[in-house]
Design a protein around this ligand. Structure first.
Ligand code: GLN
Length: 331
């Protein structure tokens, strides 16, 4: 725990926090050597495994940025959070949850096993590939571009700029998408898709290829921490009920088959992607006065060296450390 009696949530004391986070980033950077960058999407192999960066954005506008914060990366599975929110806003929560369940799988993100072995009538949750592809099929629009626009529109509202696609990553994923196509065909057979399969997959590959930064993830995290409200305009970007369901799903299903461990040892809602990004957030805490980011914060992490579950190996360790030092856990 950071010691002292100063109020950590003032600009004057930002420097202290900055120094701590800088130290922690350089310490945990060593752990990047324990992981490997994703290779099943060929272009992701080009990432530098030693990169590690974090942005933490608080409600009062305080921001701590440390490490490799200026490297853009593709959003990958973090986009599942956005597509789920958009589908719920457009179709209604019950429509979406009638078609995708809210249970953790304990299996890899691209596993198809449960669907087939348990003869499930719907994918287990929207944050595994089968569930996310089903959700994407529910997005409004008759073409991939129209569907994709619904995702980019809400991102633009949250970020204040319109992010673009990394075309090379998009093509790389599209051309090496055997597993996702297998999932698509399975969902087609079971009648789970609300739109044409190829169009759905094309939209899904596009949404995964949106290029963002840790600052963007921190900003989206902060909006979720604030139950969907934009902190500058006080506009409700995400309805409160949808923001809450999304956070519950992040906590229970956001880190693939390491979700239980992350909830236990870190204790905050988060969602990772295979490019090494993690979005996380801490809601406002009421239990003590003098804690950094007591009013809540959004966190963006980038560290492309992944562990066996496909989560940023150093990013998770860094988050675990910060959460324990600053008592961020929601429990
Ligand atoms: N685009 C990736 C895929 O569908 C996203 C997976 C992930 O980030 N875990 O395989």
């Amino acid at each position: 725990m950071v010691q002292g009696t100063a109020n950590f949530n003032t600009e004057q004391n930002k420097e202290w926090l900055q120094e701590y986070v800088d130290d922690w980033v350089s310490f945990y950077r060593k752990h990047t050597s324990e992981g490997e960058v994703a290779s099943y999407i060929p272009l992701l192999k080009e990432a530098n495994p030693e990169h590690l960066g974090i942005a933490i954005l608080g409600k009062n506008g305080m921001e701590i940025r440390s490490g490799d914060v200026d490297i853009p990366f593709t959003i990958q599975s973090v986009s599942k959070v956005i597509s789920f929110i958009v589908a719920c806003m457009d179709r209604g929560v019950s429509y979406v949850l009638d078609r995708v369940d809210v249970e953790p799988t304990g299996e890899a993100f691209n596993s198809i096993m449960h669907l087939e072995m348990k003869k499930l009538d719907k994918p287990l949750n929207p944050f595994i590939n089968a569930g996310a592809i089903t959700v994407t099929s529910m997005l409004k629009g008759k073409t991939p571009d129209e569907k994709f626009k619904t995702i980019i529109d809400i991102l633009e509202k949250m970020l204040g700029y319109r992010p673009s696609i990394n075309t090379e990553v998009y093509e790389s994923e599209r051309d090496s998408s055997m597993r996702n196509r297998a999932i698509g065909y399975y969902l087609l057979e079971t009648g789970s898709l609300e739109s044409d399969m190829n169009m759905t997959l094309e939209t899904y590959f596009k949404q995964c290829s949106i290029e963002i930064t840790v600052d963007d993830l921190a900003r989206i995290g902060l909006i979720l921490a604030n139950d969907g409200m934009d902190l500058d305009s006080y506009e409700e970007i995400i309805p409160r009920q949808i923001a809450r369901i999304t956070k519950a799903l992040m906590l229970t299903c956001g880190m693939y088959d390491a979700s239980g461990k992350f909830a236990t040892y870190v204790g905050i809602p988060a969602k990772s992607g295979v490019s090494g990004g993690i979005i996380a957030l801490s809601p406002a805490r009421v239990r003590e006065e003098n804690l950094p980011f007591i009013d809540g914060c959004g966190i963006g992490v980038y560290g492309p060296a992944l562990d066996k579950q496909g989560n940023s190996v150093a990013g998770i360790r860094l988050l675990r450390h910060i959460a324990s030092q600053w008592d961020l856990s929601i429990f």
